[in-house]
Design a protein around this ligand. Structure first.
Ligand SMILES: NC(=O)c1ccc[n+]([C@@H]2O[C@H](COP(=O)([O-])OP(=O)(O)OC[C@H]3O[C@@H](n4cnc5c(N)ncnc54)[C@H](O)[C@@H]3O)[C@@H](O)[C@H]2O)c1
Length: 281
């Protein structure tokens, strides 16, 4: 049997997260090869050439889409650019991986969905990383098997380590705010782990614990939100940009027969599930 040829990928955006994706694609992902890079910033392109040996370098996104020998793009660009860049890539016949969130505007999400439907032979995915985490996948399987009975509540959090350089403040004008930018992971998980209920209403509050500069964008550095789903189930989200000790994520699902917790302690498989004691049955 012949080995399939590797997928030839162009990275778009070579900043904080783009460099990680670029290094993974170039060195660690079997079946992928990094062939092109795009960034308006010359030093970022120099980094891609000097560190990873990428030869096809573009300051302009359309030029990368026109370059020969690119099967797929990895979009690791500011959140406001995602929908237009996905649509352009699909029209150019490229598969797309795009970092979260899909967009800051619902209509733009729907426009991307419609364009994707016009190109069923092309893959389009958004980088909801925790859906590919073995512990979350294991937890999902346990819930589907009924291990905690009927799940009715999710509490989920995404907490970043404080970045004293002020990156989060510079990032804020295009991030969509703490909930769209960070809690989007938890919102996706809550819907996935509860079997895709439809949201009915949400309530949120936030505070600026450290980064006063966020006030100019109407943003906060710590936020709490509650979402009620149409079937009466609920989810509670916490997002923080100011953790002192490091990046931390955790999710808890409460069901009629137990509780399942992912990410509260560092073990190889991170789900655990305290269930009813004999006296409570
Ligand atoms: N999944 C996660 O947990 C996670 C974590 C961090 C960031 N992200 C996402 O990754 C994306 C990038 O975030 P970041 O922290 O790396 O930001 P960043 O500001 O460090 O990088 C953005 C990059 O986009 C480039 N860029 C700007 N305009 C461009 C254009 N028109 N065409 C091509 N490139 C352009 C910039 O030069 C830069 O390289 C965002 O969507 C963010 O939400 C996801």
């Amino acid at each position: 049997m012949s080995t399939p040829s590797p997928v030839r990928i162009g990275i778009v955006g070579v900043g904080r997260m783009g460099r990680r994706h670029a290094e993974n694609l170039a060195r660690r992902v079997p079946g992928a090869t990094l062939v092109a890079a795009c960034s308006p910033i010359g030093e970022e392109l120099d980094w891609a050439r000097d560190t990873l040996g990428v030869e096809s370098l573009h300051k302009d996104y359309d030029a990368l889409l026109r370059a020969p020998g690119v099967d797929a793009v990895f979009l690791v660009t500011p959140n406001t650019l995602h929908p237009a860049q996905i649509i352009a890539a699909l029209k150019a016949g490229k598969h797309v991986f795009c970092e979260k969130p899909l967009s800051l505007v619902l209509d733009e999400c729907l426009a991307v969905e419609a364009e994707a439907a016009r190109h069923p032979h092309l893959k389009v995915m958004i980088g909801f990383v925790r859906r590919f985490d073995a512990s979350y996948q294991d937890a999902h399987r346990q819930i589907e098997k009924g291990a905690i009975g009927r799940p009715f509540m999710v509490r989920s959090e995404t907490c970043d380590q404080n970045d004293p350089t002020g990156f989060f403040v510079r990032f804020a004008p295009t991030s969509g705010g703490i909930f769209v930018d960070m809690s989007v992971h938890d919102i996706d998980l809550a819907r996935w782990l509860l079997g895709s209920p439809k949201p009915l209403r949400a309530f949120s509050v936030g505070t600026i614990a450290m980064h006063e500069g966020l006030a100019a964008c109407g943003d906060v550095d710590n936020g709490v939100a509650i979402c009620e789903f149409a079937d009466g189930r609920v989810a509670c989200f916490y997002a923080s940009r100011t953790m002192a000790h490091g990046h931390e994520t955790a999710t808890e699902v409460v069901g009629t027969d137990g509780r399942l917790v992912i990410g509260r302690d560092g073990r190889l498989t991170r789900w655990r599930s305290p269930t009813r004691t004999a006296s409570a049955r």
